[in-house]
Design a protein around this ligand. Structure first.
Ligand code: GLY
Length: 375
C-alpha cells in the first residue's frame, strides 16, 4: 500500500473525530463546511438528498477503526433521517443515497432490526416511484412526472439490496428495467452521458434532454458521468449482468480520457476553456467506481482503471485536501452544479469527502461495501 494512503486515512480519522463532536454541538447533518463550521443542507431540510453521506463517513470509519464515537454520531443523524420517512413529501428517488448510507449501513454493520425495516421502507418508496412505461421518476412536482436522471443509477443499489433481503425479485426487476432504459436513452456513442431525460409519462418515449447540472444541453457533466460509471458498475455487480459492466467500461474510458492534466476533474468535460470550474466530488466518486470496475474486469484493462483511480485520488490528496485542524472538511473545490444553484461552488462539500474516504477504505481493505446487495 502506498504510504500516502495510510497517512490520508489517519488524518481523515482525526478530522472526523473532531468533526463528529462539532456536528453534534451544532445539532445538524453537515452538508458542507465553511469558516471552521459545518453548514446544513441548502434546501429541503433533512430531506435533501445528501443527508446519508455524513453518517456514511461515520460508518466507514467505525467499520475501519471500531471507535464508538463514529457510530454514536451516525446514530444521532440517523434519527433525523428516519423522521423524514414519515414526512415523505420532499423525498424523491435519492432515498437510495440517503438510506443505504445511514440505516442501510447500520443494519449491514450491526444487524439492527429497526434499521432493516427502515431501509426496506426506503426501498419501497423508491420502488413506488417506478413508472411501468420504463423508468424511475426522479423528482416530485406535477410538471416533472416524466423526469429521470443519471444520478438514479446509484440509487438502484437500494433495490438490488431489498430483493436480496426479502427474496422478492420485484425490486431488482425494477432496477434492471431502469438501468436498461438509462443505457438506451442516456448513454451516447462516445461513452458520455446526459444528466436528464424527460419521458412522456404515459408512453415512455424520450421527449427532451435538457442541460441539468452540466454546462448546457449536449454537454458532459462530470459528476453525472461518475454516477454513470459507478452506477453501471454496481448494477453489473449486483445483478450479475455483463451488459451493465460493458456500459460501465464505456463510461470509464470516456471519463479517463477527460481527466485534467493535473489529475483533477472539470465540472463539465465540455465547459468553456477560459473559466476554471472544478468538481472534486466527481473525481472522488469516479475513483470508487474505477476501483470496483478494476476488480470485476481484472487483467491489463483492470490495471488501467486502477491506475486512473490512483491518479485521481493522488491529485485530490496532493492538490485539494485541506488537512488543517481549522477545516472541518477535506476536499476543496467541490461544485454542486456548473451554473451556481446556491448549493456550493469551489467549496468543501461533504459528499465529496464521503467518496474520498470510501476510496481510501477500499484501498486499505476495510470498505463497508454500502452499495452492494450482498455483504
Ligand atoms: N444527485 C444530485 C447531484 O449529484 O448533485
Amino acid at each position: 500500500m502506498e504510504k500516502w494512503v495510510d497517512e490520508a486515512f489517519a488524518r481523515a480519522c482525526e478530522k472526523f473525530a473532531r468533526g463528529a463532536k462539532l456536528a453534534a454541538q451544532q445539532g445538524i447533518i453537515p452538508y458542507k463546511s465553511e469558516g471552521g463550521r459545518y453548514v446544513a443542507s441548502p434546501f429541503d431540510g433533512n430531506s435533501w438528498w445528501t443527508g446519508g453521506f455524513w453518517p456514511g463517513i461515520m460508518w466507514q470509519l467505525y467499520k475501519a477503526t471500531g471507535n464508538e464515537a463514529y457510530k454514536d454520531e451516525a446514530l444521532r443523524t440517523e434519527k433525523m433521517l428516519v423522521d423524514e420517512l414519515m414526512t415523505f413529501d420532499l423525498l424523491n428517488h435519492d432515498v437510495g443515497f440517503m438510506y443505504l448510507l445511514s440505516t442501510g449501513a447500520h443494519e449491514r454493520i450491526t444487524g439492527d432490526k429497526r434499521a432493516l425495516s427502515n431501509t426496506l421502507h426506503a426501498a419501497t418508496l423508491l420502488a413506488g416511484r417506478f413508472n411501468p412505461a420504463g423508468f424511475i421518476r426522479a423528482w416530485p412536482g406535477e410538471e416533472r412526472t416524466g423526469y429521470a436522471i443519471i444520478d438514479c443509477m446509484m440509487n438502484l443499489s437500494l433495490l438490488y439490496w431489498a430483493s436480496e433481503k426479502t427474496h422478492d425479485p420485484r425490486f431488482a426487476a425494477i432496477a434492471k428495467i431502469h438501468a436498461d432504459t438509462t443505457m438506451r436513452e442516456f448513454l451516447r456513442e462516445d461513452g458520455s452521458s446526459c444528466h436528464i431525460v424527460i419521458f412522456d409519462p404515459n408512453t415512455g418515449k424520450a421527449l427532451d434532454r435538457p442541460g441539468g447540472q452540466g454546462y448546457a444541453p449536449g454537454s458532459s457533466w462530470s459528476r453525472g458521468q461518475a454516477w454513470a460509471l459507478y452506477g453501471f458498475t454496481l448494477s453489473g455487480i449486483n445483478s450479475g449482468e455483463q451488459r451493465y459492466i460493458d456500459a460501465a467500461r464505456r463510461c470509464a474510458k470516456y471519463f479517463i480520457a477527460n481527466i485534467r492534466e493535473d489529475g483533477l476533474t472539470d465540472c463539465d468535460f465540455r465547459q468553456p476553456k477560459d473559466e476554471e470550474r472544478i468538481d472534486n466530488i466527481a473525481g472522488a466518486c469516479a475513483a470508487c467506481g474505477l476501483l470496483e470496475l478494476a476488480n470485476v474486469v481484472g487483467g491489463e484493462e483492470g490495471e488501467t482503471y486502477r491506475a486512473a483511480a490512483m491518479r485521481l485520488l493522488r491529485a485530490l490528496n496532493d492538490l485539494c485536501a485541506d488537512w488543517s485542524e481549522e477545516a472541518p472538511g477535506i476536499l476543496q473545490k467541490c461544485t454542486a452544479s456548473y451554473h451556481d444553484d446556491g448549493a456550493g461552488r469551489h467549496v468543501n462539500i461533504l459528499y465529496g469527502d464521503y467518496f474520498f474516504v470510501e476510496a481510501l477504505c477500499k484501498l486499505r481493505g476495510t470498505d463497508a461495501r454500502l452499495w452492494m446487495a450482498r455483504a
